[in-house]
Design a protein around this ligand. Sequence first.
Ligand SMILES: C[S@@+](CC[C@H](N)C(=O)[O-])C[C@H]1O[C@@H](n2cnc3c(N)ncnc32)[C@H](O)[C@@H]1O
Length: 324
Amino acid sequence: MELDFHMAIGEAEANYANNSRLQRKALIKTKPVLEKVMRQVYMALLPPTMVVADLGCSVGINTLLFVSKVTSTVADAQCHNELGCHIMELQFFLNDLPRNDFNQVFQSLQQFTKSIAAGHPKGVALPPFYISGLPGSYYNRLFPCQSVHLFHSSYCLHWQSQELVPGGKMLLTFLGRKKDDVLDGDLSHLFGLLAQALQSLFTEGIVEKGKLESFNLPIYGPSIDEVKTVITRNKLFCIDHIELFESNWDPYDDLEHDGMHISPHRGMNVAKCIRAVSEPLLASHFGEYILDKLFQRFAQIVERHLAKENVKYSVIVLSLNRRD
Ligand SMILES: C[S@@+](CC[C@H](N)C(=O)[O-])C[C@H]1O[C@@H](n2cnc3c(N)ncnc32)[C@H](O)[C@@H]1O
């Protein structure tokens, strides 16, 4: 599973780097929470070097957007004298599975460093920052004990505790569920439509019965209450902040109210977004040859669905403190 689970790479039309607007919107939306959490950590600990890990960083503009948000939060704090004469450096660890295209991330660093400096107001010094890649699964230990001040992860999910310094924090953004009923979630709804597309390919003889029946996509969107229960039971963390916001299925639909966004590309936009995160898994199980047909069919089904109902993802933002 770890080998197959990575985001779509390769052709620009379908790869994750070019089809991650949904995830980018979440990073922008959670900026105020990130700033608050950052401030709480550095004001409480005043570390000479703040160690920040982004788990499941992937590739593309989202990866470095997170780095730039953290860096400018510290630059602003220094500019407003919040840190007094304390000079703080930043050490970033960008983590993902080994098959993530880390080279692409590294190759963009020089340009990124120039653009972040150029985009900053004149006279405001950026803190020195250092970026390292860290391949490996976040379900295994990645860091020495008590060495990380802030774990961040967006659109992935996991918990780490021993590696956090006392007073350290974790900020997680992940897909969840608004309603209590497990089957009444927009996530199960969306993947139900993908199942319909697979089923129709089976009816046409393109997908084998055995392959269809043995496919399992382990995806679950918890409710806020379920998240709270797990954290309380786990006893390693306490909740600092939890909220749920909604995001339209179509990543190019920025309307915040319930009005209907009429675009002929809605179905295709949703299909590209889902393809970018699931293509390697689907290709390894069913074979690459089904992908184009599958996602064309899925786009049509989603389009019909969105014409009847404006559905949204529920996204949970959770900030956790390590219990001492
Ligand atoms: C949907 S992407 C999110 C990427 C990025 N955080 C963003 O906001 O655009 C999820 C990422 O998590 C990574 N991932 C999944 N399971 C992982 C694991 N066990 N360890 C490390 N990374 C993992 C995937 O390879 C993928 O790059």
